[in-house]
Design a binder for this molecule. Structure first.
Ligand SMILES: NC(=O)c1ccc[n+]([C@@H]2O[C@H](COP(=O)([O-])OP(=O)(O)OC[C@H]3O[C@@H](n4cnc5c(N)ncnc54)[C@H](O)[C@@H]3O)[C@@H](O)[C@H]2O)c1
Length: 465
């Protein structure tokens, strides 16, 4: 690591001539792998990305505000499900990867990629504070000759309206002194089929030189790069993708309610429709949407649209349908308990799976949190089992129940048998659903986790979404 940075300063001083042909210079550094890559924010997006560059032979520096994450990485350990310890260790041992909380080292980087969170404020407006903080750190330490790329999902215009002026304030000129681009991240945590290297990368620069160099950079680590004419197009493309998903999931959720009202099996309907080889893509209902992307990203788009006097109605409708799915699940549970002559109040309810999707540990925006909260507000005694999530905490500003933290319970026979109702919120593969059904009294399956065979031999009464 010392070698990496003692040589870095000499290297940097030699190569940064004012107004040099920044494009050719950076492409040369990228081509011979001497470009140093800095990644700001080492979470679900930043860590896989930096490891990919390091494995390809680039010296990479990760910048984090969370010291526990930098310590883990420097010790050769991963905390992200899609990144193996082995890969992190290899990169660290080879001197290709280091993590730091010292942002002055941004000055040593030829490329800086921003992967910080883009949450929503309580008002559901974009919270740009993380991008602004990262931009300020870059502003503090930037030098001529750097390529800066934003990967955080955000509204069209962020790269050229927010970041570009910050860097120009330093007296630097775009395309002469620095390059700036947006390239959306499409990583799908927990999806072993598609990972950073085989997900096509859309790249849009604020100017042609920026597009060209950023596309050239990503070409080193991904199989297919799709350059577009501007950062705004790339920003909008990402939001279109995730809005498409939010709206189609919203439709699937509405169809599930409709099919339930008609007494038709939702899952059989969608599988039948999906046999059409063109013009139909199946989306599946569930207890609501979660994660850092699908519930949030459409708001970035509708917020920006509102600034231009445009009201995006599909987005609002999907938001309403998806965000009220936890209430619908609670209605199903209430009705099912009622058939057993039981009230929610005082019932023992076991939630299976609290992460927002299967086989990962991410709890952000998980609909299970709302379901637990609604049930506790109605007086239920709720526990959960999720092998990926040891503890669940609640934000008191948003709870109507008691908001007390919950801890993972071991999935014992007694726990299942003693529950008045088991709700499958997340269908983790590791759970033996046959055993659950053989012991439970009542199962509400919001994910179609129970196969027809399991349902056929099931002792419990099963209610499906
Ligand atoms: N998680 C996904 O599946 C996914 C997929 C595509 C795009 N995105 C987008 O990528 C961005 C990052 O998401 P994520 O899931 O990786 O978030 P994350 O919370 O997992 O990681 C962000 C990291 O940034 C760190 N951080 C915050 N402020 C910082 C700062 N000023 N300097 C350095 N580090 C800082 C945090 O400590 C955290 O480790 C978001 O805009 C998100 O919408 C996420």
């Amino acid at each position: 690591m010392d070698d990496l940075f003692s040589s870095a300063f000499i290297h940097t001083a030699n190569r940064t001539r004012p107004n040099a042909m920044i494009k050719e210079e950076l492409k040369g550094l990228i081509a011979d792998k001497s470009a140093r890559i800095g990644v700001i924010g080492l979470g679900y997006v930043g860590l896989p990305l930096i490891v990919e560059f390091s494995l390809k032979g680039y010296n990479a520096i990760g910048f984090e505000v969370d010291e526990t994450k930098t310590s883990e990485i420097n010790a050769g350990r991963s905390y992200i499900v899609d990144v193996t310890d082995e890969n992190v260790r290899t990169c660290v041992d080879n001197g290709k990867l280091t993590a730091t909380t010292d942002f002055s080292q941004l000055n040593d980087c030829d490329v800086i990629i921003i992967c910080v969170p883009t949450p929503l404020r309580k008002t559901k407006d974009p919270d740009m504070s993380y991008i602004l903080t990262a931009g300020t750190e870059i502003q503090n330490y930037m030098r001529r000759g750097q390529l800066i790329i934003l990967e955080s999902t955000t509204y069209p215009g962020t790269t050229d309206e927010v970041l570009q002026p910050m860097f120009e304030e330093k007296g630097f000129k775009l395309d002469e002194d620095f390059l700036l681009a947006f390239s959306p991240e499409r990583v799908d945590p927990g999806n072993p089929q598609y990972q950073t290297h085989n997900i096509p990368k859309v790249v849009g620069g604020v100017g042609e030189a920026s597009t060209e160099v950023a596309a050239y950079l990503y070409g080193q680590i991904v199989g297919q790069v799709h350059p577009v004419s501007s950062a705004r197009v790339a920003e909008a493309a990402k939001l279109w993708e995730n809005t498409f998903r939010a709206i189609n999931i919203g439709m699937a959720n509405e169809m599930a309610k409709l099919c339930n009202a008609l007494g038709i099996d939702t899952w059989e309907v969608v599988r039948a429709a999906a046999t059409k080889p063109f013009g139909f893509m199946p989306f599946f209902p569930g207890p609501g949407i979660g994660g850092h992307c699908i519930p949030l990203d459409p708001h970035y788009l509708s917020w920006k649209a509102r600034q231009h006097g445009f009201d995006s109605q599909f987005i609002s409708l999907a938001e309403h349908v998806n965000s009220t799915m936890p209430n619908y699940v609670v209605e199903l549970v209430t009705a099912a308990l009622n058939e057993d002559r039981k009230a929610v109040n005082g019932s023992k309810i076991l939630i299976l799976g609290v992460a927002y999707k299967k086989d990962i540990d991410d709890m952000r925006e998980s609909p299970a949190l709302s379901i637990i909260d609604l049930l506790r507000a109605d007086g239920a005694d709720v526990v959960y089992h999720d092998p990926f999530v040891p503890e669940v905490t609640f934000d008191h500003a948003y709870t109507i129940g008691d908001g007390e933290p919950l801890y993972n319970k071991e999935l014992t026979d007694e726990l299942i048998a003693d529950s008045d109702c088991v709700i499958i919120c997340t269908e983790h593969s590791i759970v033996d659903y046959g055993r659950v059904c053989s012991l439970a009294n009542l199962v509400v399956d919001t994910r179609n986790a129970l196969s027809p065979e399991v349902r056929g031999g099931c002792a419990a009464r099963v209610v499906r979404l």
